[in-house]
Design a protein around this ligand. Sequence first.
Ligand code: NAP
Length: 512
Amino acid sequence: MNAPRSTASDSPGSVRATGSREFPIAILGAGFGGIGMAIQLRKAGIDSFTLFERADEIGGTWRDNTYPGAACDVPSHAYSLSFEQYPGWRRKFSPADEIQAYLLRLVEKWKLRDHLRLGTEIVEARFDEAAGRWTLRTQGGESVHARAVVSAVGGLVDPALPDIPGLESFRGERFHTARWNHDYDLTGRRVGVIGTGASAVQVVPSIAPQVARLTVFQRTPGWVVPKRDAVYSDRTRKLLARMPGLLHLSRGFQYWMSELFGPIVFLDAPRLSAIGERLSLAHLRAQVKDPVLRAKLRPDFQFGCKRILISDDYWASFERDNVELVCDGIEEIVPEGIRTRDGTRYELDALILATGFQLGLAKAPFPIYGRHGRSLDEDWSTGAVAYKGLAISGYPNWFLLMGPNTGPGHTSVLVYTEAQIRHAVAAIRALRDQQLRYVDVRRDVQDRYNQQIQRRMQHMVWPTCHSWYLSPDGTNHSLYPGFAFEYVLGARRFQPREYELARFDGFTAPSQ
Ligand code: NAP
């Protein structure tokens, strides 16, 4: 328990006045999380926020991922904000452009444009303990003050380029899935795709009919299950618009089904995993007739250990005459194409990197200095940890959306994000209404939480194989080990006793 304390700068005059009257809030990132946060602040009657977005448009993932076939593999009614349900989704699984249009509509509906600062990258943040506020520095050298910061910068944003020798030497057209070059026409070209993850399974079937030859370079095959996509007819959409209760029912059904089948995906329970593996292998048999090809496509790790791939047509693409699967391992990239370890050269006109993203949530997005000048880079040097993935001890008034250990392997990430938003709004209200200088999650509370998370992690499937979920030392700082409802029940409430609360006239110690 912290004893009450006062400092020389406990009466910061103008800061205090600014804090209580205007209470500036910075939201970093205008993707799903940032927009959801802004809407909930508006609903709470708080308008003193600014959304900083480094790109020139809102949307995050759904602005950046415009590759052919880009879509969400979580059903549309579940992959939308519960407080902004949309009856107009045209498909069970929405394409990226429809999701981006949904987000743009929300920005207009909630009049967020006036709060947006596009093309403004925050490059440093520093907490002033006496003033109870953050100073954010922009790329352009401007300083901005905020009493609270909500970091919604996303976890999978910056493309990861493969460390393959000769990558730069390739003379053809080369781009990453999240930086698709729409000016380059793939028609009739010899195209190579490196990677067979969630992005690749959408790209491959979409471009296969268009290109002359498609060579897919696979390092690890993934478990694929049927998507069973469907079109929502005009009639269905009209009905959903007239009867919003049906939309909530549909969402609830999709959510509870994913929770019901969740243990098959996240538990290290081979008997449960076998259910998923059988479903996937039946799908493989139905899609691929050639047993040799089937053997190459069959994963050898436990179901759920890497992200489950959801597609109705990925495996079937390899039945096409113009699509080839290469599993020999890439030796190097040469000016004309790719040379594999067995010495074969594949001549290519274009090379598509479906090689995933740098794990943004594993490190501070830019230098962040908390209380006593602590640096988040240093605090996270052995792995990203936070309390419920949404607050970091020593970094007061700073809230995270989609922070460490909040990713799901089995359901919509937005369920988690909404709980974080709710928590952050409640904390901000407490800060503002009670005129607190800061709220800082207690270190003992954060440590206990993370010990429990890592204990539970031992019963999960993820430590059993190599994936982007794990940090180099094998610890999982990405996913939440359990059901979404457990996370939501634990995270959605702001509990003052879990925080150290500082007033402008000195500390008040939280009850234990
Ligand atoms: P990913 O899942 O990380 O897959 C990257 C692929 O590239 C893997 O097959 C990987 O092989 C391969 N790879 C990486 N470096 C390589 C190298 N040097 N040589 C050969 N192969 C290499 O990336 P992603 O497909 O872009 O998906 C990333 C995440 O984004 C997903 O897990 C998911 O969370 C999200 N996503 C979601 C959706 C959706 O519909 N909701 C769609 C797309 C993406 P290894 O497996 O051997 O490492």
